[in-house]
Design a protein around this ligand. Sequence first.
Ligand SMILES: [Zn+2]
Length: 150
Amino acid sequence: MSLLELDSDLRAKSQGWCAAWGVAPLAHQAQIAYSTRQRTSLGRAHYEGERILLNAVLRDPALRPLLEEVLCHELAHLAARRLHGPGIRPHGKEWKALLRSAGHCARVTVPSAELPPIRSRRRRRRRVASGSISQVLLAKVFDGILRIAR
Ligand SMILES: [Zn+2]
């Protein structure tokens, strides 16, 4: 799936973000695909080839706002790299500024309450824990990876 296969609303938003960031061509040059093998992250930006992999759970229409946020999050990684080179921190001030200018909070964790149950490798339903904080799944970002950590 390339960016051209995003629906028109997301395509327009991506073009708007990239244009505002001063990297307009990125909107159609980035390669974006869904991954069903991505079990520990919601999104991942690969600088080489400017590829973005999105967790296939984000195709769920109920997760549309999260899909938009993760797409913006990952595009901002590629944009920050274009604008500032490889020396910056993945979630440093340059990246944060891009996210905020796009109207998204520059968060690196997603509470489990916003996520659907995710199938484990053994095809068992992994229950999303409710209760104590320690049981709550968190999506954490490390070096361009939006991770779900238990
Ligand atoms: Zn990130």
